[in-house]
Design a protein around this ligand. Structure first.
Ligand code: NDP
Length: 246
């Protein structure tokens, strides 16, 4: 149980982030639901949590913007006094084969996925130092482990997250802060639904467990990593991919 803990989940207005927010709130954490644009969707997540007896607040912020991030973290500290858990989930894709990949596609993906992770993590570690306790989990991807054609920018950002997790994990371990990553395979969300059906089916045919994963299955791994069951785990990448990559 996460009674008394305050969590920020980035990109929690839908998909995997939504499932993580709902799961942490069910364990009694107070969850700040970060969204960038879609306030209505974020509000629905909040309503769902409150209906189940949980506590949730909305937090508008573009994780790629240093000013937005500073303002958002200040807001959480003013409202809740502390931040115990950060889940860096916000992510985006701008797919194209490498020869046609524009610099703006590269920047947009790296700015959200990797720089956003850096900015959010940097902004929460001082409050975590103070408490001598913290749990940081970032959502990587199987693409960062084996490299997806058509996703050079995305794969680089997710591989960057894995290196980031290990290096920051080493630096913060003595301070009572663990830093881990969860690396999903193909998960049924809007992001993966944008893939052509043929491509989706081709990936599914390579998954030993034989089906696409659910957002809730990723959220379960995140919940494990922030729980007391994972106190001795840091710098790790937990794959939730049905065996797609071993
Ligand atoms: P979705 O596209 O369904 O949701 C992404 C979320 O991130 C949205 O809430 C979106 O909000 C938010 N977001 C995007 N950019 C920003 C930003 N700059 N600041 C704040 N929020 C932002 O994706 P998924 O739920 O599928 O993916 C969640 C994470 O899991 C991502 O990091 C993704 O890379 C990773 N992942 C997903 C896999 C899959 O198969 N679905 C597989 C492996 C990894 P908005 O609409 O406002 O931009």
């Amino acid at each position: 149980m996460l009674d008394g803990k305050v969590a920020i989940v980035t990109g929690a207005s839908r998909g995997i982030g939504r499932a993580i927010a709902v799961n942490l709130a069910a364990q009694k954490a107070r969850v700040f639901i970060n969204y960038r644009q879609n306030e209505q969707a974020a509000r629905q997540v909040q309503e769902e949590i409150v209906k189940e007896g949980g506590a949730a607040d909305l937090l508008e912020c573009d994780v790629a913007s240093p000013d937005n991030v500073a303002g958002a973290v200040k807001k959480v500290l003013e409202a809740a006094g502390h931040i115990d858990i950060l889940v860096n989930n916000a992510g985006r894709t701008r797919d194209n084969i490498f020869v046609f990949m524009k610099e703006s596609d590269w920047d947009e993906v790296l700015d959200t996925n990797l720089k956003g992770t850096y900015l959010m993590t940097k902004a929460v570690i001082r409050p975590m130092f103070k408490a001598k306790w913290g749990r940081i989990v970032t959502i990587a991807s199987v693409a960062g482990q084996y490299g997806n054609p058509g996703q050079v920018n995305y794969s680089a950002s997710k591989a960057g997250i894995i290196g980031f997790t290990k290096a920051v994990g080493r630096e913060l371990a003595e301070r009572g802060i663990t830093v881990n990553a969860v690396s999903p395979g193909l998960i049924d969300t809007e992001m993966s639904r944008s893939l052509p059906e043929k491509a989706r089916q081709e990936i599914v045919s390579q998954i030993p467990i034989g089906r696409i994963g659910t957002a809730e299955e990723v959220a379960d791994a995140v919940s494990f990593l922030v729980s007391e069951w994972a106190d001795y785990i840091t710098g790790q990448v937990i794959a939730v991919n049905g065996g797609l990559f071993m």
